[in-house]
Design a protein around this ligand. Structure first.
Ligand code: ZN
Ligand code: ZN
Length: 142
């Protein structure tokens, strides 16, 4: 049986259905994530785009493209952030905080060199990204 999760923006106008399991989950400490989220860290969950279905409010989903590899999407009514499409990686980050009952099981920290808070949880801390995701693979102390 395929697992289905529901996600929605702050006001509930934009609703998603997400199928299957995420490709990766973790924390991003990069400057862009912090400024976009207005939070100290972004808890991401990356999904194959085909697994995400917008079931309500598609017309209300706004997009901001600062760089061509990040299409940040939010609800035009409440301003709540919903997801970021990463076309070059062919993955979409649905922010773990907007998914109902997601079993958040992080495996990695990325862009730890840009961190504002330390999170000594025993998980690997990449200076930028793992090699298999196109980064340097360099690890930093917690
Ligand atoms: Zn909304
Ligand atoms: Zn980031």
């Amino acid at each position: 049986m395929t697992k289905t999760l529901n996600a929605e923006c702050f006001c509930g106008e934009v609703r998603l259905k997400i199928n299957g399991v995420p490709e990766a989950m973790g924390y991003c400490h990069c400057d862009s994530c912090r400024h976009w989220s207005a939070g100290p860290v972004n808890a991401f969950s990356l999904w194959a785009p085909a697994n995400i279905e917008i079931i309500q409010g598609q017309h209300n989903l706004q997009t901001y493209t600062k760089t061509e590899n990040s299409l940040r999407k939010w609800c035009g009514t409440c301003g709540g952030h919903v997801m970021t499409e990463h076309p070059k990686m062919n993955l979409t980050d649905v922010y773990s905080a907007v998914i109902h009952r997601l079993e958040f099981n992080p495996s990695v920290h990325v862009f730890y060199s840009e961190k504002r808070i330390s999170m000594p949880d025993g998980l690997p801390k990449f200076s930028d990204m793992p090699k298999e995701m196109g980064g340097s693979g360099k690890l930093l102390p917690e």
